[in-house]
Design a protein around this ligand. Structure first.
Ligand code: MG
Length: 379
């Protein structure tokens, strides 16, 4: 079997209402899908996380010419070759995002070639469904932020979610008002994580964390800049006595990047995004690191149905570390903001019952994007 083509598809949806987080405003959602075609007619699909145009250039102009003609089953060889060929100027960011989308597509193709889901290739599914937490509660324009967030959070709880994640990063007073309003709306039993998207210095993050901890926090995500591992360590040391876990890693990539988070032990929860950290190939390596260092994995997921399907395959196969009579938790991040690329790309997917999302059991990723389905959003 040989690869005959690597194609990219940019999808775009213009939002009815823009929303913001600590760094910028979104007015549209985009996704870059990667399709690998083999000479026997099989195709595999993947998705890159990050800027679609930049990632498209990496996949189309850097990865594509180097892998056409190669055997798509030699995924590890292809991964290492592309990583080594871009090491001098890559190592994370768009180069690894491009490699990630290609890697996901190769695993999808491999699963289809063997007639098994990717979870089987990753070691075998331990579960057939995964609990999702609702990501939402972004900032909107027009004031009354706290009451709007509270209403949104209550809506998710009404939908059956038992855990939610909200945005912070507006400054101490506004963030605390929002967190308190959301906690009041969801009651004491729903898990509530906050995500600053690296908006704070360590000092400011600790100040917010100490005040917000009173409300009961599941975790505090990306409190400081991804480069600031000392800051992460300071925040973790200050908030650990309050029972607040620190999460990070959605901006990090490969075993090398996550090695540093593990060795420094500056986070409790590692959050690789399969579309940014190096695909399933790197995901397995990061999972091995997490297990060896005794840290928990909470993969970051933000994208189309392809990214969600990849996350489900990965989560289903995550090893039980350390293992117990009652299985450990595995959580799917399920963004709930307006995005038809996630909810309408594949009819009937994701299949959710309350907080539980079914792991697709068909070959590969278990979903099959079709060009005619992509058409409404194709750029
Ligand atoms: Mg985040």
């Amino acid at each position: 079997m040989n690869i005959t083509a690597v194609d990219v598809f940019t999808l775009r949806h213009t939002l009815r209402e823009p929303f913001g987080f600590s760094q910028w405003w979104y007015s549209q959602r985009t996704a870059l899908l990667v399709r690998v075609t083999a000479d026997n007619g099989l195709v595999g699909w993947g998705e890159c996380y990050g800027d679609a145009a930049v990632n498209a250039a990496v996949v189309r102009d850097f990865c594509g010419p180097r892998v056409v003609g190669q055997d798509p089953r030699r995924i590890g060889v292809i991964w290492e070759d592309l990583y080594n060929r871009s090491r001098d100027y890559g190592r994370k960011g768009a180069f690894v995002a491009g490699l990630s989308g290609l890697d996901l597509a190769l695993w999808d193709l491999q699963g289809k070639a063997l007639g098994v889901p990717v979870s089987t290739l990753l070691g075998g599914a331990r579960v057939d469904r995964v609990e999702a937490y609702a990501t939402g509660m972004y900032f909107t324009r027009g004031g009354q932020q706290a009451s709007k967030l509270a209403e949104e959070a209550a809506h998710y709880v009404g939908q059956g979610f038992r855990a939610v994640k909200m945005k912070v990063g507006l400054g101490l007073a506004a963030d605390l008002a929002n967190v308190r309003a959301v906690r009041r709306a969801i009651g004491p039993d729903i898990r509530l994580a906050i995500d600053a998207n690296h908006a704070f210095s360590a000092r400011a993050a600790i100040e917010l964390g100490l005040h917000a901890a009173v409300e009961g926090l599941w975790w505090f995500e990306e409190p400081v800049a991804p480069e600031d591992l000392d800051g992460y360590a300071d925040v973790r040391a200050a908030l650990q006595p309050q029972g607040v876990a620190i999460a990070g890693g959605e901006c990090e990539a490969t075993r090398f990047g996550f090695r540093d988070l593990c060795v420094r032990r500056c986070v409790d929860l590692l959050q690789p995004d399969l579309g940014a950290a190096g695909g399933f190939t790197a995901g397995l390596q990061i999972a091995a690191l997490a297990g060896a260092f005794g840290l928990e994995l909470r993969p970051h997921t933000w994208g189309s149905a392809v990214a969600v399907a990849a996350a489900l395959q990965f989560l289903a196969a995550l090893p039980e570390t350390p293992g117990a009579l009652v299985p450990g938790e595995r959580w799917l991040e399920l963004d709930q903001t307006e995005n038809p690329l996630r909810d309408e790309l594949i009819p009937g997917f994701p299949e959710r019952d309350g907080p539980w999302v079914k792991v697709p059991d068909g070959p590969g990723l278990g979903i099959e994007p079709r060009l005619e389905q992509l058409a409404p959003w194709l750029v």
